[in-house]
Design a protein. Structure first.
Length: 117
């Protein structure tokens, strides 16, 4: 069972990045999918959620209007499109899958996003 994130890197303020998270060993269709981030010295922060049964994704105010989460169950993948990036978005971004009934969860290893000029 694995979650593998990709797409991180260095980007200038105002730029965009698209993170991907691909699952193997299980089917994400039964899982709520989330993206978290953790900056140095700070607690891990939830930045986007898309539920098992669809519906409107949710975001905290810090990223609302800039980040978009999407899932592709056929590809067993969840993506995070990040636009208008700010230096304060710099963090390690983690993918999380949580079963909608059992609440068992898996984590990816994280991907670094650095927003700097």
């Amino acid at each position: 069972v694995r979650l593998v994130e990709s797409g991180g890197g260095l980007v200038q303020p105002g730029g965009s990045l698209r993170l991907s998270c691909t699952a193997s060993g299980f089917f994400i269709g039964s899982y709520d999918m989330k993206w978290y981030r953790q900056a140095p010295g700070k607690e891990r922060e939830l930045v986007a959620t898309v539920s098992t049964f669809g519906g409107t994704p949710t975001y905290p105010d810090s990223v609302k209007g800039r980040f978009t989460i999407s899932r592709d169950n056929a590809k067993n993948t969840v993506n995070l499109q990040m636009n208008s990036l700010k230096p304060e978005d710099t963090a390690v971004y983690y993918c999380n899958a949580r079963h909608s009934i059992t609440l068992s969860a898996y984590w990816g290893q994280g991907t670094q996003v650095t927003v700097s000029s």
